[in-house]
Design a protein around this ligand. Structure first.
Ligand code: NAP
Length: 247
């Protein structure tokens, strides 16, 4: 896979899955824009790592939940690189709780980042991509957007929403050769899952046929495939990367 000459924007690229995606795309030749919301030091470390691979990199702080921040993110990206060929809507948060205890704030926070964030960033960039053609958008969903999960009504609904968003947008922009796909990770080791107890992790492990938790690189490899011309006849799809968990 060759991404030389391409520019990729990864939201939530300072840590975890987003960081692994940024480094993988850079290793294949892409210049990288890393978006993040608060981790200045970590975002700059990713920038330095990308630069050490001989590629251009820029970190842009922006809360994707806010339309003005998203517009500013895209303006700065275009100002620096004149284009974005690959958009990875990866920024995401959890606020787990049983529905009967879930606060309105927990619901709204998850929806504003996971769903509205993808809308804000994609909406701000889509005209540019349609004009440029041959672009790829990859939305990071989750297996729980397909199966549901007790304690995650807010999160699983937001990820189911991302799948609907992916399929609808794929139909809208296909004739301009802009492809839109989603990746649905299973249980991946990151800060997001570190906060779960060992008991919960063991329970997940029992249901994973490949008998290991996923690594951020497992998702990054799949995103690289969907970003590259190797997947040029694939759009509107959801690729599940979960070690067989929901088979
Ligand atoms: P993570 O380690 O918690 O990292 C989250 C990233 O999102 C960070 O870079 C964070 O930036 C950024 N972010 C959070 N809120 C943001 C906002 N409002 N605006 C901009 N950036 C924001 O999470 P992860 O595990 O890597 O998850 C990445 C994606 O994969 C998420 O969409 C998640 O739902 C999805 N996913 C994860 C798993 C899993 O098992 N880990 C499974 C299925 C799906 P800061 O560093 O600045 O806070």
């Amino acid at each position: 896979m060759d991404l030389n000459g391409k520019v990729a924007l990864v939201t939530g690229g300072s840590r975890g899955i987003g960081k692994a995606i940024a480094l993988k795309l850079a290793s294949l030749g892409a210049d990288i824009i890393i978006n993040y919301s608060s981790s200045d030091v970590k975002a700059n470390e990713v920038v330095e790592e990308v630069k050490s691979m001989g590629k251009e990199a820029l970190a842009i702080k922006a809360n994707v939940a806010k339309m003005d921040d998203a517009k500013n993110l895209i303006e700065k990206s275009i100002e620096k690189f004149q284009k974005v060929d690959i958009l990875v809507n990866n920024a995401g948060v959890t606020r787990d709780n049983l529905l009967m205890r879930m606060t309105e704030e927990e619901w709204d926070t998850v929806f504003s980042v996971n769903m509205k964030g993808a809308f804000n960033v994609t909406k701000s960039l889509i005209r540019n991509m349609i004009k440029k053609k041959n672009c790829s958008i990859i939305n990071i969903a989750s297996v729980v957007g397909i199966t549901g999960n007790a304690g995650q009504c807010n999160y699983s609904a937001s990820k189911a929403g991302i799948i609907g968003f992916t399929k609808s947008l794929a139909k809208e922009v296909a004739k301009k050769n802009v492809r839109v796909n989603a990746v649905a990770p299973g249980f991946i080791e990151s800060d997001m899952t570190d906060k779960l107890s060992d008991k919960v992790k063991e329970e997940y492990m029992k249901n994973i046929p490949l008998q290991r938790l996923g690594k951020p690189e497992d998702i990054a490899n799949t995103v690289a495939f969907l970003a590259s011309d190797m997947s040029s006849y694939i759009t509107g799809q959801v690729l599940v990367v979960d070690g067989g968990m929901i088979v």
